[in-house]
Write a protein that binds this ligand. Structure first.
Ligand SMILES: Cc1cc2nc3c(=O)[nH]c(=O)nc-3n(C[C@H](O)[C@H](O)[C@H](O)COP(=O)(O)OP(=O)(O)OC[C@H]3O[C@@H](n4cnc5c(N)ncnc54)[C@H](O)[C@@H]3O)c2cc1C
Length: 479
């Protein structure tokens, strides 16, 4: 039955039912809280939820979903709400499930190197926990504010400091526990067979039924997250690159050497502070791109050896005519680069507080083309460009982020930026790229370009797991 035709129970009746499930302190329908959960810094339109609910257990989530499913109430899960593409905005109102109270670290398995965490555990919390309890292991952390969720980041195929070695953070999940919209509790991975959260390598793997869906197929309540040996030492080298055309060659040689922990490239606008607005041209002596290379090792000798390897690659590139040059950064700047999560000076907001970035996974040889199209499209609509590049999985793919701070108070600017994001999405898809965590507007472009049989399968899965269409309406609107 379409959601619009469902007969809704009274608001007061729903409120009382929710209060019975989680207790009065953990439900709100007050305007100020509903406002807080209605928007984020992206261009996505705000939508106010009817209720904000903070469940404290799997049982409570189950009861909430049973109620929502029975009454046809939309449910949108969230932890940090920080994707910068509006993925946790409750597009059709209903219930926002804020999962932050579910913050237990259920198991730390040192020998098999994983942690089982509840759905509200934040990146900052797991990082601190490991530093205090198991300092020789770490996990792949997004360079996002520490209040974002470990599980949401993995669910949206996020990337962290270990993604150059091991892929997206969704590749580092051993298994999930999920409450389905119809109330059943499902486990994927080895925990579907017994107690162990060791691996996905057992039954046909259904973990993917919940990855990349932005909450539209169920609520993940626990996940086993892979941990990795933490290096004893880390250091960084810095390079200036003067020619965009050189990027694919630089990436190819440096990533395939397999000596780097992480590699970041920024357009000049990412290092030049606020004076880049509104639209100054690049000064001639400023390199188009700067590159930070992070190295790690068990010993200082290992680091020195890796530095020599990188420097020798750079010399080689220079001999081949690639305009690349090492430069030094002040100790504090270097320290900032080595922090995990690190901060990026360009993620400051302009007046008006808007920020959105379009992420695209691009085949490495096409990265210069994607970069240049980004410049043209941004400038064509009157925006300054700001590009950020990160190779993943030893350089199999490169993630390019087109970042736009903007004035959210100006509807004209918002409209223009939406057009920029749409145009860039089409360009990236035409180049053979795929979009990362697209907003609901951009999901339509993905679906227009997707294979129809694949979309039909998505629809079948969605209808079978979420027959009343209550979960995360607005995300992957297949029918
Ligand atoms: C300054 C800055 C830097 C950033 N840098 C990075 C970076 O380096 N790498 C990176 O990957 N990202 C980065 N991000 C993007 C984003 O912050 C992260 O990906 C973050 O992990 C999202 O987590 P969240 O808790 O904010 O997710 P939310 O917005 O709360 O949730 C994300 C999505 O998952 C769904 N969801 C949440 N919990 C569940 C659940 N339990 N079950 C089912 N669905 C659920 C939500 O409905 C939503 O669709 C950055 C963001 C900012 C603001």
């Amino acid at each position: 039955m379409p959601r619009e035709t469902l007969k809704r129970p009274s608001r007061q009746g729903i409120l009382e039912s929710l209060e019975r499930i989680v207790g009065k302190n953990f439900v709100s329908h007050r305007l100020e809280e509903r406002y807080y959960y209605s928007c984020d810094p992206s261009t996505e339109e705000p939508h106010s939820p009817g209720f904000v609910v903070l469940p404290g257990s799997v049982r409570e989530i189950q009861e909430i979903l049973l109620l929502a499913n029975r009454e046809g109430i939309p449910v949108t899960p969230r932890v940090g709400g920080m994707t910068l593409s509006g993925l946790a905005i409750p597009c059709e109102g209903g219930i926002v499930l804020d999962l932050k109270r579910m913050d237990k670290i259920v198991e730390l398995n040192r020998s098999s190197m994983y942690a089982v965490v509840e759905c509200g555990v934040t990146v900052g919390q797991l990082k601190t926990y490991l530093e205090e309890n198991c300092p020789d292991l770490w996990f792949s952390m997004p360079h996002a504010p520490p209040s974002v969720g470990v599980i949401p980041n993995a669910l949206i195929h996020g990337l962290g400091q270990l993604s150059l070695s091991y892929g997206a953070n969704s590749d580092m999940i051993n298994g999930l526990e999920v409450v389905l919209p119809t109330g059943e509790i499902l486990r994927t991975g080895s925990c579907a067979l017994g107690k162990s959260w060791l691996t996905k390598y057992c039954l046909p793997d259904f973990t993917g039924l919940f990855l990349g869906w932005f909450g539209a197929t169920g609520i993940i309540t626990k996940a086993s997250i892979q941990l990795w040996p933490k290096p004893n030492f880390r250091d960084a080298l810095f390079y200036k690159i003067y020619d965009i055309e050189a990027i694919p060659q630089v990436f190819l040689m440096i990533t395939r050497s397999e000596v780097c922990e992480d590699i970041y490239m920024f357009s000049w606008t990412g290092t030049s502070g606020r004076e880049r607005f509104p639209l100054p041209e690049k000064p001639v002596d400023v390199p188009e791109i700067t590159m930070d290379i992070v190295l790690n090792g068990k010993s200082l000798e290992e680091i020195e050896c890796k530095k020599r390897a990188v420097r020798s690659i750079a010399e080689n590139l220079l001999r081949k005519g690639v305009p690349i040059e090492e430069y030094a950064r002040p100790p504090q700047a270097k320290k900032d680069v080595l922090m995990v999560p690190r901060t990026f000076p360009f993620m400051d907001l302009l007046q008006g507080g808007g920020a959105e970035y379009l992420g695209c996974y691009i085949p490495p040889p096409l990265i210069a083309a994607a970069y240049k199209r980004g410049v043209e499209v941004a400038k064509g609509h009157g925006f300054q460009y700001l590009h950020f590049l990160r190779p993943m999985r030893t350089g199999h793919i490169v993630c390019i982020l087109y970042i736009f701070p903007f004035d959210k108070r100006d509807p004209n600017q918002v409209k223009k930026l939406v057009n920029v994001l749409k145009e860039l999405s089409e360009e990236c898809i035409n180049l053979g790229g795929v979009l990362w965590k697209p907003s609901s507007i951009l999901q339509n472009i993905v679906m227009r370009n997707a294979d129809s049989e694949y979309l039909k399968l998505m629809e079948k899965i969605k209808k079978s797991l979420d027959p009343r269409g209550i979960m995360a309406p607005g995300q992957w609107m297949l029918y």
